[in-house]
Design a binder for this molecule. Sequence first.
Ligand code: MG
Length: 373
Amino acid sequence: MVIDRIEAFPLHYPEPHDSGNSRYVTLVKLTTADGLVGWGECICQFPEAALATRVIVDAGLAPLLTGQDPRDVERLWQAMRDRSWWYGNGGIAAFAISAIDMALWDVKGKALGVPLYDLLGGRRAKLRACASVIFDTEDLAATHAEFAGYVARGYTAVKGGWGKSRATSFGLDPARDLRVVSTIRDAIGPKVDFVVDVGTHVHWTSSHAIKMARAFEAYDLFWIEEPLPQDDIDGYVRLRRAVATPIAAGEKEWTLRAFKALIDAGAVDIVMPDAGKAEGVTGCKKIIDLAAAHGVRFTPHSWSSAINTAAAAHLFASAANGVVFELKPNPSPMQHELVRDPIVQVDGYVTLPNGPGLGIAVVEDVVQRYLMR
Ligand SMILES: [Mg+2]
């Protein structure tokens, strides 16, 4: 079995969970000489990143892998890292590696006729879902109704963060932050797990984060997500030592080395690798195992396409240190149009795809519909 071709598809779509704003992913389609097809995705987020990822695939990684056995995933993953030694170790190279690696695992599962979770050593059929949204920090009646609605639909965990605009982002106004948190706790009742994700454009200091985390204690947060700038590892250590609420970070990180730095420092309770960014299923598996060995839990960051959601689900199902499974709760083109069999929440859980590989069927007409022109 050899790889015949690897094609990259940068997509542009409106994200209903982000007020219909433009979002970008790049998909990879890997085809073997005997006709097996695997799909992968990276969460590029920006148009320049989606297009640049296609260049890395077309000019570098696809020629490198063509003619090789796609089942030799670990070696090919290392070969892609070696190829991008000068421009990679994160960044656009990690996007390209992530998407191709995911497609390699998809093909390997299809070649062997087994779901990806079986290849990774897992068998958990159901994952507890967490409805994950950008919340409205101003119209609190709407926010109250929205979160009560998720609980009514069966969710036992919810996550809200950021805010509808930069000016009203969570984290900018302590009084408003407390109103938002108390509103949501009131809406969901005392038993539902509740995560707050501080906006990425908010630059808290560790002192402020400690003050806010203590103020939030009355509302029993499941974890506080990314309260500090990515590089403030010392701040994370100080924060984590000062508060009882678990601290999560890592969706902005790319490599095992970066996650090792967070884990070694004791900076976080929960790491959040994204399979569409942290060098694919292979990269995430290494990160998840490293976390487990240090008593650190993980929650997969997954907020892009159904391909990423499937990869995250298989990873989650094959690890013992997963917390809850992040899911966009409402209809979205990349979740519900892109594949014939989207992963959905029922009674608080999602059921793992059982088909071979990622277990999803990509609709190629939809890929063409959202292709960047
Ligand atoms: Mg987040």
